[in-house]
Each structure stands twice: as C-alpha cells, then as structure tokens.
Ligand binder design. Structure first.
Ligand code: ADP
Ligand code: MG
Length: 696
C-alpha cells in the first residue's frame, strides 16, 4: 500500500481515540494530514520588547517578575507583573495552582506567548503560555512560524502538529509519494513551488514567507495547491463530459416529414424568432442529430424566449418518434409551460400531458398509462416526473427549466432515469441565471453552453429607481394612478430570515396595510406556504386581471408571465443578491409598454449596498449584473449556496482564488493531450473516493 494511504493510527502517539477524533475532521490517512492546512500561524520567531506591544498583537516576550499577588476581589485571580526594562505588562490567571504561584517569585525570568489586551492596569496577557527561564536572554525562539490547525473537541494543537510533522517526515523518505503532476513549464511560468515544497512551506513557513501573504492567501505555495485542486475538479468534470460522448443516445434523424413539421411549427408562431433563438436552435438540432446524448445548457436572460427554443427541441424528438419530458421547478411554471405547449403542439397527433404531485387517483393512472404506452408524446411536470411509478415508452429528450433550482446530482440522476437499454436521452437545461464565464467553466464543464443574448424586439428596459422606504406614501399613491390606467402591479416582500413563516407573515401584513391604503385596488397575496392549488388560483386570477395588485414573497421569482403587470415594487432589495433581483425584475417588462421597478430600501444603506443597487439601476443585462455580483460578493453568493454546496474544496476558495479559474481552464484543456497520465493520480489525490462527478 502507498504510504500516504496508511491510516493515521500508524503514527507514534496516535491511539484509537485520537484517530477517531482526527477522523471527525476528515483526517483518516497520512495524505489527509498532509493536506490539512493550518488555519493561521503564530509568530514565535522573535521576542518583542514590551514597549512595542499593542493590543491585538499575539507575540513572544520575556522579562523578570516584578511582583505577584492574588486578587480576592470578584473572580479570584493570580496577577503577575513582569518587566523587560523597556516597559511592563500584567499576566492574569483565573485558574492557577499553589505551585504556579510559588514558581513565579519576584526576580524569576520567564518567557510568555499570548495575545496582548487592554486590562485594568494597562496591557495584559490572559493565561499566556509561559516558561520559567534562567534569565531573560535565554528565551527560545523558533526558526519557523507555528501552524495553528483546525481542531475538534478533544484534540490539541500539539497532537495535530506532531502528527503532521511525522507524516511529512515519512514523505521526505519517499519523494515519489508527492509526485508533482503539474508540468515544470507551468510551475515556472506561474512561479509556483514544487508540490512537496509548497506543502512544507505551508505547514512550517520559514522567515522568507510573510505572515500577511499567508494570512490573505496570496502566498505562491497556497496558490499552487488551490490551482492544483481546481484543476483536478475541472478535469474530472471534463472526464464526465467525455464519457457522455461515448454513450448512446437516440439520434433524431432528419426526415422529410420532420422537416415539413418543423417549418409548419415555425410558421405558426405569432412572432419571428430572434437571431439568437435561431442560432441556439441550430446548435440543439446539430446535437440531437448525433448518436450520443446532448448535454446542453441554454442560458438566456429572463424573457429572452427560452421556452420556444425548448419546444423546438421537443418537436425534433416527437417527429423522430420519441417522447419528451419537461421538468419545471414549480407547479405554477409547469402549468404555464403546459398551456404554451398545448397551443404550440395543437394539431399534432400526440397528447401533451401534465403530472405533478397534486395529481391523484384515476387521473394520475391515466397519465402514467399514456406515458407507458406512448400515446403521450410530451409530459410536463415537476419533480414528480421522476418518481419510480413513472415509466416511459421511449423517452428521447429531457428538458429542465430553471436549472439553478436543481443540483448537479439531480440532473445526473434524472438522466439515468431516462436510460433504456444503454440508450440515454438527450438533455437540455435552461437557466435565466447568467453565470460569469469563469464560474461556468467550473460548474458546468460537463455541459455545452448556448447563450441567448438577444431579447425579442420591442422589449424596453425596465426603468429602475432606487428609493428610500420613507417615500412609501408616494409609492402607494403611484399604485393608484397605475391601476387607474388598468395596469397591474407586483409588490415583493423580502426578508433576510430563512424562515418562510416570517416571510409569509410579513407579506400578509403588507397585504393588509395596502388593502386599507388602497380601497379601490383589488389586492391579493401569494406566498410559499400556500397550497399550490391556491397559488395557482391566485396567479391565474392575476393573469386574468381579476387582481390589480399582487403582494408576493420571492416565490414569483421564476418564469411566470403577466404582460399587463408593468410595475414592481421590491421592498428591502438590499437583502437580496443582484442576480435574484434581476430575475424578479424580469417579471415586469414583458409587455410592449414602459415598465418600472422601484427598489425601496431601508435607510441607512451601506456603501456596497448602494453600489450594488446602482448596478441594477444602470443595467438590464443579466450577464453584466452577474459579473458585478461576482466582483462585489464573490462566487459563493452568485452561484447560490445550493450550487456551491456541491463543490467541496479542501484548499481552494472560490472567492479568494477566482483569479485562477481562467488559467485552470486553459491549462486543463491541454492536459488531455499533454499529460493524460497525470489525470487519474490527480483525481485520486484530490477527489479520492468521492469521485462522484465522473461516476454517476
Ligand atoms: P424565458 O426565456 O424567460 O423563459 P419565455 O420563453 O417565457 O422567456 O418568453 C417570454 C415571452 O416572450 C413569452 O410570452 C414568449 O411567447 C415571448 N417570445 C419568445 N420569443 C419571442 C420572439 N422571438 N418574439 C416575440 N416574443 C417572443
Ligand atoms: Mg422561462
């Protein structure tokens, strides 16, 4: 067995109990230990004169005890004042023994290490590490910074430090254990240290390394490891994609009847497709004609017309004799798709069916039957589509709308569900959440990406204003005027609390006060805790203009289309991410008239928040907004926790290391031709047993 795969228990001083505790930190093997990097460092490399100390510094000092006393007042404590000739400082102990008291007699020399604080009598150190020494000049300094590791209950720094040290020593006897799989030319180009050096530096930095560079993550040793880790994730996703290319899929061959149907389909539309829609349709068509499964992501801003593009893909499947499954994240959205597809596929000899968790009894049986015998060509629904009871006759295409609501694993599981006899359906995923290029390459490198970067003609940008909540009365007044013009309004309530209950309560209150303030306006409420039938009824009534003002929580975020609603008020927009706000705003501006979005913030607004809302006011381009969001908040926020939750990094931190992403992609692509032998060992090193990306 490779030494690095040996359990931590083989090290001296690690018994079963310690091994257990290490395991709680995910440290099972020597390799885990070696890649377990310090959280921070302590500097015991020099002794500070007491006169140079400031609160907050964590330092080594040495001096002589001037006096020692036990203070009986309040909490009993041992106080000891020491001086080094330049100044004095108090040491304070709340727990102490008699022998400790005795050992610190006036005149004794000691060295101490701790954080300096302000106390009653000037500077103090509370419970410092200390050592009695022969005289103040005998203070022992270290040659390297001291690592401070993440711990868990029952583990001490010393145990982890010793374990890491031993593991590193074992490695130095077998240099091939830390084989550097990054080609030398790349190390040179980016001035990265070799793997073994990088690891040693991070565990025990010498004086050449600045503590600041270590702390802020800019030290080349750390960058290099983060780079290697990100590179490995990228390679593994690319492998998944390459595997997909080897799989079988139904090829939707071009036929004369298919061509006629497609032309007829396009001609029957009440609008002309935009150039971007046509381009993306062509990309999809090219994919589907091949014999391996399409894995394509369509990114397009809200309202860019993704649905019709997916319908065209459905048409290709149908005319080739295959079934299509369309999955949406909410019932509301599924139903809207159902209505659209009903119109577009009217006149086709197939059923467009609908399945959600709500559908029960005989109606449900009938749908399942129609899917199984193939009389239903298109099925639209929610997650319910992929339950065990659902069996397809000949599934050829899966369409997933608003992909950001589903995780990578759901996406992959879904593909397996559609597999029949080794043939896997094509997959088309659509998202309105634009993801900056650099992130997309890491998150979606198992997908091909198409971008609809053009809105249908006549769309006007939503006029966005940023206003303080004190102007609420004016805003309410404006609603009156708007409703008089027979137009509709959204009022979105947000709350930072995760609690849906609180969100809904807030929305309920707002609906009440607005109802009172606006007697001539028909107000209704929609929120996440309503039953979906209720939500649908409200949404339907809003679409039918039986409601003028819809008070909502962020549930209306995705997909729903009410062209007559041209005014949206968003309360406390400072609490939401820019991309989410942009999505919300996309609900208005679907008609031909001017539309407005009022971002009503709660003063005072921080500078960053002001800046962020300004971005939204000044741009209607989802990609620009996403790039700004990335800049201002970091990738975790942009991608949403749900998505980053799937990517666990040991060392890399997307916020800190986003500068590496472009390089990772560029170099990653060369690995398949230049260093294919490195890929598996890298995956073993960084992904270990959890190589889920390449396996599912
Ligand atoms: P999204 O990309 O946000 O899912 P939709 O597919 O819901 O957008 O389309 C938004 C609206 O634009 C729908 O009413 C749709 O019928 C309409 N639409 C789509 N493509 C065009 C086009 N090329 N010209 C005019 N309207 C279009
Ligand atoms: Mg949509």
């Amino acid at each position: 067995m490779n030494t690095l795969n040996q359990p931590v228990g083989i090290l001296t001083g690690i018994g079963a109990q310690t091994a257990n505790r290490l395991q709680k930190l995910g440290l099972c093997t020597l390799q885990d230990l070696i890649f377990h990097l310090p959280l921070r460092y302590e500097d015991r490399t020099r002794v500070y004169p007491i006169c140079s100390l400031k609160p907050g510094m964590t330092v080594l000092i040495s001096g002589k005890v001037e006096f020692i006393d036990i203070l009986p007042r309040g909490r009993k404590s041992l106080i000891c004042r020491i001086s080094d000739g330049t100044g004095f400082i108090s040491l304070k102990f709340f727990h102490f023994s008699a022998s400790q008291h005795n050992a610190l007699k006036p005149g004794t020399s000691i060295s101490c290490f701790a954080e300096v604080r302000y106390g009653f009598a000037g500077l103090e150190m509370v419970h410092p590490e200390y050592k009695v020494i022969a005289n103040p000049d005998d203070c022992i300094t270290e040659t390297r910074l001291t690592p401070v590791y993440p711990l868990t209950e029952g583990l001490s720094q010393n145990v982890v430090r010793k374990a890491v040290k031993q593991a590193l020593e074992l490695c130095s006897h077998e240099p091939e254990l830390l084989t550097d799989w990054i080609p030398e030319s790349i190390l040179k180009q980016y001035r990265y240290p070799a793997l073994a050096d990088a690891i040693r530096t991070l565990h025990a930095p010498d004086e050449s390394v600045s503590i600041e560079a270590l702390q802020n993550g800019s030290v080349p040793a750390l960058k290099r490891l983060a780079f290697e880790e990100l590179l490995t994730h990228y390679l593994s996703l690319r492998i998944t994609r390459n595997k997909t290319k080897a799989w079988q899929a139904p090829s939707f061959l071009e036929t004369a009847t298919g061509k006629v149907a497609a032309e007829h389909f396009i001609r029957s539309l009440p609008f002309k497709l935009t150039g971007a829609q046509q381009r993306v349709i062509a990309e999809i068509e090219a994919d589907c004609r091949l014999q391996h499964p399409m894995m394509r992501l369509v990114q397009g801003d809200v309202g860019s017309g993704k649905t019709i593009v997916s319908a065209y893909a459905a048409l290709l499947a149908l005319t080739a004799g295959y079934q299509v499954a369309v999955m949406a994240p909410t019932e509301l959205l599924a139903e809207q798709h159902k209505r659209n597809f009903d119109v577009w596929f009217d006149g086709f000899e197939t059923q467009v069916t609908y399945l959600t968790g709500q559908l029960k009894g005989n109606a449900r049986k009938a749908v399942l039957q129609a899917l199984e015998d193939g009389s239903a060509g298109i099925i639209i629904g929610t997650h319910a589509l992929f339950q065990d009871a659902v069996n397809f006759h000949r599934l050829g295409l899966i369409i997933i709308d608003e992909q950001h609501r589903f995780g990578v694993h759901q996406r992959l599981a879904l593909r397996e569900k559609g597999q029949q006899g080794g043939i896997r359906p094509h997959q088309l995923v659509m998202t309105a959440t634009p993801i900056p290029r650099t992130l997309a390459m890491l998150q979606y490198s198992d997908l091909d990406i198409s971008i609809i970067d053009e809105l249908p003609p006549g769309r006007k940008p939503v006029v966005t204003s940023v206003i303080p909540a004190e102007r609420r009365a004016d805003v309410i007044d404006r609603i009156n005027g708007w409703v008089d013009k027979k137009k509709q309004v959204y009022w979105v309530c947000t709350l930072i609390e995760e609690s849906e209950v609180l969100q809904c309560e807030a929305a309920e209150k707002t609906a009440e006060t607005l109802t009172q303030a606006l007697p001539n306006v028909r107000v209704a409420l929609i929120h996440g805790r309503m039953k979906s039938a209720e939500k649908d009824a409200v949404m339907q009534a809003f679409k039918n203009h039986q409601i003028d003002l819809l008070v909502a929580t962020t549930v209306i975020e995705v997909g729903v289309d009410v062209p007559n609603a041209g005014l949206m008020i968003i309360e406390n927009p400072e609490r939401l991410g820019l991309s989410q706000l942009h999505q919300l705003r996309g609900r208005v501006g679907r008609g031909n008239d001017d539309s407005y979005c009022l971002l009503m913030y709660q003063a005072p607004l921080s500078d960053t928040a002001r800046h962020r809302l300004g971005v939204l006011r000044d741009s209607n381009d989802g990609f620009v907004i996403a790039e700004k969001d990335l800049e201002l908040r970091g990738p975790g926020e942009v991608m949403g926790t749900r998505q980053t939750g799937q990517m666990h990094f040991k060392i890399a931190d997307l916020a800190r290391d986003s500068d590496l992403l472009a390089v990772v992609q560029q170099i990653g692509d060369t690995f398949f031709t230049h260093s294919p032998q490195a890929i598996q060992p890298l995956c073993d090193r960084w992904l270990g047993a959890s190589t889920e990306y390449s396996e599912v």
